[in-house]
Design a protein around this ligand. Structure first.
Ligand code: MN
Length: 723
């Protein structure tokens, strides 16, 4: 018998031992079709190629999957590796099989490269997004498992690449689907290639201590059995030694010695009911000493992949710790086979739809649609995964995965990369071909954005209607606003410079920003750039501003005069302060004392920039009043001040205590006080001082805040200070 015939006979035998119905005719037809299509193709090991799909079909059959899955496994490489088309598969084997094969083929085209964890997570999500059907992922996993089993035949480079991929993508996928056996084998075989030394070390350690281990295991098993039998409980006791990769992770990443590993040994008690689980837990804790903090109840709180069990770690008389898991048969099947458990134990499933429904919580979460699930056929159909149907995963040419909302177009992609890429975009290639800018992205597309280096290029207004993401839309809008503004500002600058020149003002005369700010404020602009931008778009006269600049420069030149004429008529009083003898003057609040409404204030006439308002108690004001009395004027607060908030700083001294600063800041937050600066330092004598700058309305408001803060018993003193 040929080697492939032998393999197929093994598959047939597997089906014979199951009590499920299989479409034998279709399976045989698929085998013969695959055999003829792959004829003349060989694996690296020298075997006929068709042995591979047969082995994959065997894995799928042993997991309890249906005929279509087995047929699709047999055919999973024909579209990729032979001339067979999807439509001819559809005609010969049906829509379901064709769509499974198509899914597996597409997954095979994803290009992997090892990336940081976030990228890996996107890759895994992309698998779900592209698969549409969980069976596609399981077939892909079986495909990978068989490739790992036969990886010895490949060269070293391929071994490393495939193993890393398996560890980063496929093992986590199998874990997510709850397929423990699959995960264990994928991880251990990957490790064998990635770190042969570490792998051998653990394997040798496990082998060398086999006798000791068996003695230990037997003794523990006997003790457990004896005790449970005393209570005539129905149970099955299993034991195992943790798989190599999980020991490896503990030894090498947590730097533990073999002896320190708590749970190299794991015992498992499978029983009939949840009640028995907790009962047995009690007996076990009576028999051995539980290690505190190591008990986990996954029965009352199952893991996200539906896993349920009680876990506890205990120590026997000889001081060796070991883990015990206690679970029911149902929980056991879910743990071992994950999703696949529901096909394998069909009888159990039909027993109670309610129970089944609750077991499928996880799958249902994936599905997001809460359809009524009854019978295997419907179940298979509802296992189409649409968790990520509202997302699309595409690649940059470098292989990074970009995650976008479904229906995104290439422009969205460009802006997701960077606004500079979007703004300079002139075209795009998808999978190597030039596409229109409104091309809608599909999972797995490799997208390349063509940009221009011309700095004058920008997005088109039409794009606002085309893009799908808010990110792209707001970045395009921003461009229009900002680009316009920049253009306007630079135009404004040159227009004013031109006017100054024609007025005979030398541009080398120093004009400070503060002076320009005065001019712009006098014209009601919020800053200098606004003034320039206004000139740029024609909202302000460049000539008028140039005249103001000229006058100002002239004033500065003759500034030896102590008193300055109040600056032009139109000046607004900005702070809600009246200064005796001057109307509509420009007001500044002195930074040295931060006067608040309610304080007694005086005004100081500055050279060229209005009146500066000080608290009457300010040291600078006191000194100034003596030295230059003519420049000081009486000032008072207007009743309806247009400025709502003023800066105030307080110094809090308090006894040191944990959480003190948090209490102070949260007290301020409760009073809706906006804090602009917070500086605390340790005085070294069991007290701390905090300087807090905040926005307040007036003196009364500040005093209210201080009184509130003083209610904290740790606070010794609070003073108002200057910054
Ligand atoms: Mn394959």
């Amino acid at each position: 018998m040929e080697i492939e015939e032998k393999a197929f006979a093994e598959l047939t035998k597997l089906l014979d031992t199951s009590d499920k119905f299989y479409n034998r005719e279709l399976i045989t037809k698929a085998y013969e079709f695959a055999r003829s299509q792959h004829a003349g193709q060989f694996r690296q090991s020298g075997e006929p190629y068709v042995c591979h799909p047969i082995e994959v079909a065997k894995i799928i059959a042993s997991l309890g999957f249906d005929s279509d899955s087995i047929v699709a496994s047999l055919l999973h490489d024909v579209v990729e590796d032979t001339d067979v088309t999807l439509s001819s598969l559809k005609a010969s084997f049906g829509d379901e099989v064709a769509s499974l094969v198509d899914g597996v083929t597409k997954l095979g085209k994803i290009a992997y490269s090892s990336k940081e964890e976030q990228q890996m997570e996107y890759m895994r999500k992309m698998f779900f997004a592209m698969a549409n059907d969980i069976r596609v992922i399981v077939i892909k996993l079986a495909d990978r498992l068989h490739n790992m089993r036969t990886l010895d035949a490949c060269d070293k480079d391929k071994q490393l690449r495939i193993s890393l991929e398996t560890l980063e993508i496929f093992a986590p996928l199998s874990h997510r689907l709850g397929m423990r056996q699959m995960k264990v084998e994928l991880e251990d075989t990957s490790l064998k290639y990635l770190d042969p030394v570490g792998y051998d070390m653990i394997k040798t350690y496990l082998e060398n201590t086999t006798d000791d281990k068996n003695r230990f295991i037997n003794s523990i098993c006997e003790q457990i059995k004896k005790r449970l039998d005393e209570y005539s409980l129905n149970f099955k006791l299993e034991h195992r030694i943790k798989h190599i990769f999980s020991i490896y992770k503990k030894v090498f990443t947590q730097n533990k010695s073999f002896e320190e590993l708590y749970d190299i040994y794991a015992f498992r008690i499978i029983c009939d009911s949840v009640n028995d689980c907790y009962y047995i837990l009690g007996l076990v804790h009576d028999l051995f000493n539980p290690i505190p903090g190591r008990f986990k109840d996954y029965i009352s709180t199952p893991k996200p992949n539906m896993y349920q069990s009680l876990h506890t770690t205990v120590i026997g008389k000889d001081g060796i710790p070991f883990e015990i898991q206690i679970r029911t048969w149902d929980m056991h099947r879910t743990a071992e086979f994950g999703i696949a458990a529901h096909w394998k134990y069909k009888d159990n499933v039909s027993k109670s739809n309610v129970e089944f429904d609750s077991k499928l919580t996880w799958v249902r979460n994936i599905l997001e649609t809460q359809e009524d699930i009854s019978g295997t056929e419907d179940l298979l159909k509802s296992l189409k995964v649409d968790l990520f149907s509202d997302e699309v995963f595409v690649f940059t040419p470098k292989g990074d995965v970009i995650n976008l909302p479904a229906d995104s177009i290439v422009i969205d992609f460009a802006y997701a990369i960077h606004s500079a890429v979007g703004n300079r975009m002139i075209g795009a290639k998808v999978n190597g071909k030039i596409v229109n800018l409104d091309y809608t992205l599909s999972n797995g597309d490799i997208v390349e954005i063509i940009t221009t280096s011309s700095p004058n290029h920008g997005p088109s207004r039409n794009w606002l209607k085309m893009v799908h993401t808010n990110e792209a839309r707001s970045k395009i809008r921003q461009w229009f606003k900002k680009e316009r503004r920049d253009e306007n500002i630079s135009e404004g600058v040159s227009a004013i410079e031109y006017e100054l020149k024609s007025l005979g003002v030398s541009l080398s005369d120093p004009v400070t920003d503060e002076q320009l700010l005065n001019i712009s404020e006098s014209m009601h602009f919020s800053d200098i750039d606004d003034m320039y931008a206004a000139v740029g778009y024609g909202g302000a006269s460049a000539q008028k501003i140039a005249v103001k600049v000229r006058d100002m420069l002239a004033r500065i030149r003759t500034a030896d005069e102590p008193k300055i004429t109040p600056l032009r008529k139109k000046r607004m009083s900005t702070g809600g302060v009246s200064v005796e003898g001057i109307d509509n003057c420009l007001i500044k609040f002195a930074k040295c004392c931060n006067p608040l409404p309610g304080d007694f204030i005086v005004g100081f006439i500055t050279k060229g920039y209005g009146v500066s308002i000080h608290n009457i108690n300010c040291p600078n004001a006191r000194r100034g009043l003596e030295t230059e009395p003519d420049r000081w004027l009486k000032a008072s607060w207007d009743s309806g001040s247009e400025k709502k908030y003023f800066t105030a700083t307080i110094l809090v001294e308090a006894r040191k205590a944990v959480g003190l600063m948090a209490k102070i800041t949260s007290a301020l937050a409760d009073m809706k006080v906006s804090v602009t600066n917070f500086n605390a330092h340790d005085n070294g004598d069991d007290t701390v001082s905090a300087s807090i700058t905040m926005d307040v309305k007036n003196v009364d408001h500040l005093n209210f805040i201080i009184a509130k803060l003083k209610k904290n018993k740790l606070v010794n003193n609070i003073e108002r200070t200057s910054t």
